[in-house]
Ligand binder design. Structure first.
Ligand SMILES: [Zn+2]
Length: 339
């Protein structure tokens, strides 16, 4: 009997051990199953919401491209690569004409369009004015120190001009620099949406970059340079750009001699597109002016006056202005492809 009891209790112990092991194995399996669920589900959720977030900022056509590629196995990581990226650009004193700049401690920002649909073209958007202390400093109007051939903010014959003037004031008391900045920020987003990279010279009230520094940056980092301004007259005159003066002495001076035709072509493209967008042009849309900007530009470069002190600048108007400018940039580069 004693033996039988021993055998029975041994059997019992073995059974208990077996069933315990089974439980543990089940538990292990169970925890693996939980782990797998942990791994899969949140990833699936975040991928889905990530795609939704990206899609919400894309046009229907772009969303279609994205959802088509989402069917591919690598689609989960794709939305991250489809973001606009940016880098800070500092002034490089070794750039040509850099030595003529006197205010250049500020930085610009280069925004790269989403890789899908990128045009590989950099547009410099220069929100006119907005450099504290800029009107107290003088810089050379021309790289070679020769005198200005037209009047303007600085009179004809002068060799030096304000490094950056403070700009005009709208009839409602708003400084020009506030409105050029608003327009620049709208234009930046529209250019990026259209596949252009954008070099933003100024994105806040103040940037310590004078007109020469802004121009030299655009020369080296961009494929064209658009400075946004409103004119100081107050009769809502319409849109125009400052074209390169026809004076022989000016058009034979470098870098104007090699680039004045492309400056004028860019200006014509911008005002033509603004006219198509419903804006009235002032006297055909061009006025000859000897500007520091065009005197130092080695890429297609224009100072465009999109209105004056009496112009309205509601969100709707700024949107339409930016739409017209994007069309103008597009038509310019279609007619003059980047080599
Ligand atoms: Zn201005």
């Amino acid at each position: 009997m004693k033996h039988m009891r021993k055998i029975l209790s041994l059997l019992l112990a073995v059974t208990v051990i077996f069933s315990l092991t089974g439980c543990i194995q089940n538990l292990k399996l169970g925890s693996n199953a939980v782990k797998n669920i942990d791994k899969k589900e949140p990833a699936a959720v975040s991928a889905a919401s990530g795609t939704a977030a990206v899609e919400s900022v894309l046009s229907p056509a772009e969303s279609e491209v994205l959802s088509e590629s989402s069917a591919e196995p690598a689609a989960v990581s794709q939305p991250a690569a489809e973001e606009v990226t940016s880098e800070v650009i500092a002034f490089d004193p070794s750039w040509e004409y850099a030595a003529n700049s006197k205010i250049n401690s500020g930085t610009a920002t280069l925004y790269h369009a989403k890789p899908t649909g990128s045009r590989g073209i950099v547009v410099c958007v220069n929100a006119g004015h907005g450099t504290k202390g800029g009107s107290d400093v003088k810089t050379l109007c021309h790289p070679d120190g020769s005198p200005k051939v037209t009047g303007g903010t600085t009179e004809s014959g002068a060799t030096e001009a304000m490094a950056v003037s403070s700009g005009m004031t709208f009839l409602d008391g708003t400084p020009e620099a506030v409105v050029t900045l608003k327009l620049a920020l709208v234009l930046k987003d529209k250019l990026l949406d259209a596949g252009f990279d954008v070099l933003m010279i100024r994105e806040t009230d103040d940037v310590q970059l004078d007109n020469i520094a802004r121009t030299v940056m655009a020369n080296n980092m961009a494929d064209c340079h658009i400075a946004l301004h409103y004119d100081s007259t107050d009769f809502d005159k319409g849109v125009f750009f400052f074209s390169v003066p026809s004076a022989d002495v000016y058009r034979s001076m470098e870098p104007v001699a090699s680039h004045w035709q492309e400056h004028n072509a860019l200006g014509e493209a911008l005002v033509s597109s603004l006219e198509l967008a419903g804006f009235k042009l002032f006297e055909g849309g061009a006025m000859e002016m000897d500007l520091t900007q065009t005197s130092y530009s080695t890429v297609p470069s224009v100072d465009i006056e999109v209105g004056d002190a009496a112009s309205k600048y509601t969100d709707d108007i700024l949107n339409s202005t930016a739409d017209g400018l994007v069309l103008g940039v597009d038509s310019f580069f279609k007619a003059n492809p980047k080599s």
